[in-house]
Ligand binder design. Structure first.
Ligand code: ATP
Length: 455
């Protein structure tokens, strides 16, 4: 339940929003419990036909904004398995721990910093002393399970950028300020995974390390706070459901010159979507010292040699997908009938268009398939012939499809189709010959772009 401070920020939310979104995710094939036929595997989830599209769209929207639309950021895709040396140098082996306590009444284990002194299971208030519990998953690479074969699943993608700093510098001829971005899986043996895909042991991250001259750290930190906040609002999360929370000095890691989180108003209150940190030269210096490699930049023009400072926007893809779903969920009425609608941004929606022949009659099928074939190269399309047209519109509204294209018997005469808008339910008649351009113009308009000429 939102508290008094947060209630005003999301006035139209149903009280049981979380249950409704989780139910919708399962019913419509966004997210399934992993290994469900064996009773499920705690805290792991599988992304179904709609979820995989939505998650991919979230990651693509991030990549587009962070890499494609910029000339100062390049991407990499680094290995998930890594040797202990990397995690020794990064500090994860020693410090990537959560304080673990056991409730003395019911013996359940909790993360001390998340329970406010009260056991969420039994209400007990006495606990063991906290122990540092390392969150990394340890495994063995190769057939021998001895110490020499130890490997870790990465708990964050960021170290891939630091250990490849020199490779990227040499191969791209970039110079600071420039960034290296990566999207991929990370693994943390969370003590209390919870809230659906908000905190899981296997999840996806979207991280970027932006390397800058040492005296430009503060300026770029401020810049990335603005850019990252805007990414969420541009993709449709209302500003009232987002905030930037600067860490107090006592929350900061010893090397951080500033950290702020982008927080979203989840049904249980404000919680983190992304951390943006000014990490100074900590990571490059640590890896340089441990590996013996030079991880610095030599500016030929000025003859200056320095270790760049790093600004890191670190976001969760799976967690962010959940925030987009929660923010998009709405219930309204159309023609006196209640409907559920996901008001997802067209860039994120699992399907951008659904092609719907009005009836199952064979006469409509060829032209409906022709329309589908025209749209598929440009937009992710669904094709649905089952049930009444009203039911099919409702089904598309419920999964967030922004536009439905209906092929009816008039289409056979006038070579035009009806385009229905998810949010307004307005319908317009569009000649098939203009359909791709029409939908592309509406897509561009949803990004705030000028309509394409002639559309
Ligand atoms: P928390 O305090 O919630 O454990 P964190 O501050 O340790 O998170 P970071 O290390 O900054 O998280 O990771 C960056 C982002 O990765 C987070 O903002 C979040 O979106 C995502 N993330 C981290 N841990 C998880 C997880 N267990 N499940 C899903 N997403 C996660």
């Amino acid at each position: 339940m939102p508290d008094a401070e947060t209630a005003g920020a999301a006035p139209d939310r149903p009280d049981d929003l979380m249950e409704k979104v989780v139910g919708l995710c399962k019913r419509r094939g966004f997210i399934f419990q992993s290994a469900e036929i064996y009773g499920g595997f705690r805290s792991t989830y599988d992304y179904g036909p709609l979820g995989v599209n939505l998650l991919r769209n979230v990651k693509n929207a991030w990549w587009r904004s962070m890499v494609q639309l910029r000339d100062d950021v390049v991407g990499i895709d680094a290995a998930i398995l890594g040797p202990p040396a990397v995690w020794q140098a990064s500090g994860h082996l020693a410090n990537f721990t959560d304080p673990l306590v056991d409730c003395l009444s019911c013996h359940q284990r909790w993360r001390e910093d998340k329970i406010d002194g009260v056991c969420p299971a039994c209400g007990g208030t006495t606990f063991t002393e906290p122990r540092a519990f390392n969150l990394m998953f340890k495994t063995h690479a190769g057939p021998v399970e001895d110490e020499g074969a130890v490997a870790y699943l990465r708990p964050e993608t960021a170290q891939g950028m630091f250990v490849n700093f020199a490779n990227v510098l040499q191969t791209t001829r970039k110079k600071p300020p420039f960034g290296i971005a990566q999207v991929g899986k990370s693994f943390r043996n969370e003590i209390t995974p919870q809230n659906f895909v908000f905190r899981t042991r296997e999840f996806e991250q979207m991280e970027m390390e932006f390397f800058v001259p040492p005296d430009e750290g503060t300026r770029w930190f401020e810049y990335w706070l603005g850019e990252r906040f805007r990414w969420y609002t541009d993709l449709g999360i209302p500003e009232a459901q987002l905030r930037l929370r600067h860490h107090d000095p006592d929350e900061l890691s010893h090397y951080s010159a500033g950290t702020a989180d982008v927080e979203f108003l989840f049904p249980w209150g404000w919680d983190e979507l992304e951390g943006i940190a000014n990490r100074t030269d900590f990571d490059l210096k640590a890896h340089a010292a441990a590996s013996g490699e030079r991880l610095e930049y030599f500016d030929q023009a000025s003859g200056e040699r320095y270790v760049p400072h790093v600004i890191e926007p670190a976001a969760g893809a799976t967690r962010t997908m959940m925030a987009f779903l929660l923010a998009a969920y709405a219930e309204d009425e159309v023609g006196g009938e209640a409907r559920t609608v996901l008001r997802l941004h067209p860039r994120l929606a699992p399907y951008q268009v659904a092609v719907l022949p009005l009836s199952k009659k064979d006469t409509l099928e060829p032209v409906a398939r022709e329309v589908l074939g025209m749209l598929q190269p440009w937009l992710m399309c669904d094709y649905d012939v089952t049930q009444s047209i009203g039911r099919r519109y409702r089904r598309q509204d419920e999964v967030g499809t922004p536009w439905c294209v209906t092929v009816d018997f008039d289409t056979l005469e006038d070579r035009a189709v009806t385009v229905r808008d998810r949010d307004t339910t307005d319908q317009v008649r569009v000649p098939i010959a203009d359909l791709v351009g029409h939908l592309q113009a509406r897509f561009a308009a949803s990004e705030g772009a000028e309509p394409a000429p002639g559309s």
